[in-house]
Ligand binder design. Structure first.
Ligand code: NI
Length: 259
């Protein structure tokens, strides 16, 4: 079977001691391709550098909503420069995080920088990976108004079924991670069950959110198989089938050809 971990952070210091082994374990589990995402300019440069070293490793570049103090008048130009590397397959993770940001002025600032980075995606013609937490309404509003002709995924999806249906209608995918396997996964199983086959990506968000049976431990790309297993169980499909269509979805969204 062939899986893609469409969202992780192997540049995190938690992998500094065993990055090569982690990537080898992923490959042994059938996770042959992964996409690392930056969240600051510095980490965006780091994921590009990492992607250049490993076949099967790709990168997304952008500034995370919790890191917008990093965004200044030169940032767009720097992100565009990084995005020109052929291992860069996405702009992300970008978006809105109202869970951590309660200040209304700063939330407005997040919106402004989110829109600016959507513009970058348009400039460099890349899909978008969105981080969105407790900002469902504003995120949807911005996508409707500012993301015409862009493609992408709502990573680590935490919205409602109604919102997911709107996203699917607009051609946006949802990213499904470890929380699907948690006992308190709330409405996520129902959303996964309702999702059209071509609208789901699997991801780990490593080193965070390890799925059961490794919940609470450091997450790693090999564990994306546990997310796929849970999807298969919920949707009453075979694991082979889930591997096949989620990989195809990843290939259709991102240009992740291994040379
Ligand atoms: Ni992430």
């Amino acid at each position: 079977m062939d899986f893609v971990d469409t969202h992780c952070h192997l540049n995190d210091e938690k992998f500094s001691a065993d990055l090569i082994e982690t990537f080898e374990r992923a490959k042994s589990a059938g996770v042959n391709r992964i996409i690392n995402f930056g969240d600051t300019l510095k980490s965006s440069a780091a994921v590009v550098e990492l992607a250049e070293k490993f076949s099967g490793m790709f990168a997304g570049v952008g500034i995370h909503p919790e890191e917008i103090s990093d965004f200044d008048k030169n940032s767009a130009e720097k992100i565009i420069a990084l995005a020109k590397n052929k291992k860069v397959v996405a702009i992300g993770e970008i978006g809105l995080d109202y869970y951590w940001e309660k200040d209304s002025e700063k939330r407005l600032q997040q919106q402004k920088i989110f829109i600016e980075q959507l513009e970058i995606a348009r400039t460099v013609n890349l899909p978008v990976c969105i981080h969105e937490r407790e900002a469902h309404g504003d995120a949807l509003k911005i996508l409707k108004a500012e993301a015409k002709n862009l493609r992408g995924v709502m990573h680590c999806y935490s919205g409602s079924l109604e919102m997911a249906k709107e996203l699917w209608k607009m051609g946006w995918l949802i990213g499904v991670d470890g929380p699907l396997t948690f006992k308190n996964s709330a409405k996520l199983p129902e959303i996964v069950k309702a999702a059209p086959q071509d609208m789901i990506l699997i991801e780990t968000d490593s080193p965070y959110l390890a799925p059961v049976p490794n919940r609470g431990k450091r997450n790693e790309p090999a564990f994306v198989v546990d997310v796929a297993k849970k999807i298969a169980e919920i949707r009453n499909e075979t694991l082979e089938n889930v591997a096949q269509y989620t990989t195809k979805n990843a290939e259709n969204l991102y240009n992740i050809k291994v040379e």
